[in-house]
Design a protein around this ligand. Structure first.
Ligand code: 5RP
Length: 232
């Protein structure tokens, strides 16, 4: 396992310490969340009784293949804990998420959880959000007009940058689990995440964006010098 993967696994292992039998768990998406699901499956095999609610089809397939009991958010609308990764962790534990394209389900699941723990390698911790392009999920109608609306809304929040329609490795336009498209907004710097979030929420055609504000309660960062825990 590479050093980067070892760090992700360390963060995931620390998050697992918060899991108790009987919990209903939101299961995140991405390479770090994947480690968490693997470690969780080991505990389930030993007798831990939990139900997972996956945030993507990829996580659902992984968890199913590892025999982690699953339910839907309709079955369990109030979760105890959600464990997920992040693309950036900024001040006040505001996050950029959606690098894996699952931001909509991730935000719904995190919002349904009493607690959200974010797991990441320490490189994700930043002083100012925005170096990672902000994923914005949009409907697949009138994308050029939606893009203009986003640009205008972003300017009002002091953000400028190119918006790229996300494509998969095969070159085809990326379609989310909910059947939407993603515009990745390369702002470089997001001076006021709350202002940008409020502005984007008013753009017709924007389904959701990857700014997670006041959702993460705890962030577990694994770096070369050990594990750091940040609380909000
Ligand atoms: C998926 C996400 C992921 O949590 C985020 O992209 C981090 O992924 P990784 O753990 O692979 O770095 O938001 O939509």
């Amino acid at each position: 396992m590479s050093n980067a993967e070892m760090l992700k696994r360390q963060a995931a292992a620390r998050a697992l310490e918060h899991v108790r039998s009987g919990m209903k768990l939101g299961l995140g998406t991405g390479s770090t969340a994947k480690h968490f699901v693997e470690l969780l499956a080991e505990r389930v095999a030993e007798g831990l009784e939990v139900v997972g609610v996956p945030t993507s089809e990829a996580t659902r397939l992984q968890a199913e293949s590892l025999n982690v009991p699953l339910g839907t958010l309709d079955d369990y609308p109030a979760l105890d804990l959600c464990v997920d990764g992040a693309d950036e962790v900024g001040p006040d534990l505001t996050l950029i998420k959606g690098g894996g394209g699952a931001l909509l389900r991730e935000k719904i699941v995190a919002s349904a959880a009493a607690q959200m723990i974010v797991i990441a390698d320490a490189s994700k911790h930043v002083e100012t959000l925005g170096a990672f392009p902000l994923p914005i999920e949009v409907v697949d109608f009138g994308v050029a007009a939606i893009r203009r609306g986003i640009e205008k809304a972003a300017r009002a929040a002091g953000c400028h940058g190119l918006l790229a329609l996300r494509r998969g490795a095969d070159g085809h336009v990326f379609v989310t689990d909910q059947g939407h498209l993603i515009l990745d907004a390369a702002f470089g710097v997001i001076p006021d995440a709350a202002a940008l979030a409020a502005s984007l929420a008013n753009v017709p055609g924007v389904v959701e964006h990857g700014l997670f504000i006041n959702l993460a309660n705890r962030v577990i960062l694994a770096g070369a010098d050990g594990v750091t825990v940040l609380d909000r």
